[in-house]
Design a binder for this molecule. Sequence first.
Ligand SMILES: Cc1ncc(COP(=O)(O)O)c(C=O)c1O
Length: 291
Amino acid sequence: VPAPPGEGGVCDPAALARAVISARSAGRRIGAVIVTLPDNPTGQLARPGTVRALARVAAEHDLVIISDEIYRELVYQRSPFASPAQFAPERTVVTTAPSKSLALGGWRLGVARMPDGQPGGDLRERLLGVGSEIWSAAAGPIQEAAALAFREPPEIANRIRRSRRLHATVCRAVAARFGAAGLAVPAPQAAFYCYPDFAPWRDRLASRHGVTTGAALAGHLLHRYGMAVLPASAFGEDASVLRLRVATGLLYGETAEQQERALSAPDPLRLPWIAAALARLEDILADLAPR
Ligand SMILES: Cc1ncc(COP(=O)(O)O)c(C=O)c1O
């Protein structure tokens, strides 16, 4: 079910209701809806009104809402953040992990916060039953580290604040490069992604490079320019869609020292390696653009 225009991560509530009714009348069992707040790949945050309407539809159709809030600490503006847990606490499971805002990508640990009360308790028992057969348990030291981080001591909160600022600065600068080249790109609101659409260049990409799908465009960018991105089809969009998910993490520096400097710089865009990466992106786009 697609998201409403200009939003990402939460499906259109009215369309969800129709889809559930139609799937159930075809005999399918539909028990849950998954949302991402904020979203990967679009870097967007659904509006509170959409989240409220989704919670209403979930209650009407008896759906559990799994709200993936792994990027919640990485919302750039102080824009109102609404979780379905506010509107339908009895049926919302909130999930998160230390891999994004804490940049602990290899640390295999996830957290699910279950609803209070009986239905939440039942769900928890069943989840533990499944989990004990699949992943058994997270390693003890990783559990200790996560417990410390989720208590939000000042030094960790401060680091997350600085990372959020770096992601926002670089992501907006990257999006601006795509926009200046003539591509449609939603303004990034969170996380470290932007999601430009190469549709305006479709004819030229097909005639000049034989590129007609998002996957072929991603392949072309990788092989010709060494630029790694993911096509929209990796996120369930049609193969012909020319949107690409561009992540900024690798632009912050190749060494730990460069990355630390990026985190502390008053204007990270002036650091030579970030400025060079942005200039390289401009060159790639200029080379690909129709002329
Ligand atoms: C929305 C969302 N949820 C969950 C994950 C999984 O993160 P992890 O690396 O902790 O498995 C990702 C990773 O990209 C993500 O984008």
